[in-house]
Design a protein around this ligand. Sequence first.
Ligand code: GTP
Ligand code: ZN
Length: 408
Amino acid sequence: MSGNSSDDEIPTLVQPGNTAVEQDEDVPQLVDTTADAPPSTKVPITIVTGYLGAGKTTLLNYILTEQHGKKIAVILNEFGNSIDIEKQLTISDQDTTEAKPAPFVPLANGCICCSVKDVGVAAIENLMEHQGNFDYILLETTGLADPGNIAPLFWLDDGLGSSIFLDGIVTLVDAKNLLKSLDEGYGDEAEKLEERKRESEKDDHGHDHKGPLLTTAHLQISHADVVLVNKTDLVSEDELKTVVERVRSINGLARIKTTNKSQVPQLEGVVLDLHAYDQVTDADLKFASKGHSHLDPTITTSTIAFPAISKHQLDAFDRFLRTILWEDELPDSKPHERFEIHRLKGRVPVVNGNIVLVQGVRNVYDTTEAKRENPDSNADAEGKLVLIGRGVDQPAFRESLLEVLGSS
Ligand SMILES: Nc1nc2c(ncn2[C@@H]2O[C@H](COP(=O)(O)OP(=O)(O)OP(=O)(O)O)[C@@H](O)[C@H]2O)c(=O)[nH]1
Ligand SMILES: [Zn+2]
């Protein structure tokens, strides 16, 4: 599915908990009628997120009017956050008939547009089934949506015979308001977050976990594969630079573009066809590892570099991933500050073997193996894990990983 990758990807582990099944790339593939449809028939979905008025709809309109030769289905999610879902529930108490999506609106260039209340894969597949073939799906979430909750829906079902695969998350931010949103939250979010924090502290074990504010703006940036810093016309060059640096300090993996009226001259590879969940390129990680800043007090990107691992360390490496992602702990209870991982990418060469590619969103992760171009050059082969989240910049991560690998 990755057209521009030189790596020959051999899937080994589809989901956490599954046993790894390695495919032999030399054996011609048997056609298994129960297996997934070939990747080429899967429709990519791009999630477009960003706060109210950041320019999401402007971007979708721009994409729809550009000459991309694609038949695009645009889906607007009306109720993507818990506050709205609560409202929705109280309404449906009186009206028990199932909420139906608004009909598709056909657009001049063969594209279609519709709005949904439920962003589940089944709901969207159902919609698509009734609307014929589309090459691409763009899903605009509500301004308060947390992409970390939406992404795994599409990403995981990809491996389960779904006709949709998650291509990437594009987050729009308003250059004029972003810094305020990060420091104070959207609207009255700061107040709500503080209140929630006070409540959760009550039932804690006497620890004080009062940290800097984690806003929706942080969540939308930390999960992004691309950040469009929009409304550049409303800020000075210096202000824009500050905003871009702040975004970069939060998410060292994302590609950042500045836009006016959400105009992205080159859509391919910037907004569309990112393959952000089925590739981990060396370039991605190299970029994230180029030093990092602490411009944002809440979320940072951190890179753990370590030597290539041996085949018998693979299980230990997986245990490390499981522990940090599923338990929010470091293996062997190494002392550490509390952390929370939003996004993870890794490339880990195996001595005399393949290269393990790791992708993670919150507590969901996936490892695949790709062939190494030069498996004999073990001397300078380095493993890299890039983490985005809260408290990920602790030396304890690397120490713990080396300890786990060493004891295997
Ligand atoms: N000055 C300026 N205005 C912009 C720019 N991009 C979009 N706008 C305007 O900002 C307003 C909001 O844009 P939308 O595209 O509707 O934003 P949205 O993110 O879809 O908003 P919601 O759907 O309400 O969450 C519109 O009036 C746009 O015309 C820009 O680059 N500069
Ligand atoms: Zn909109």
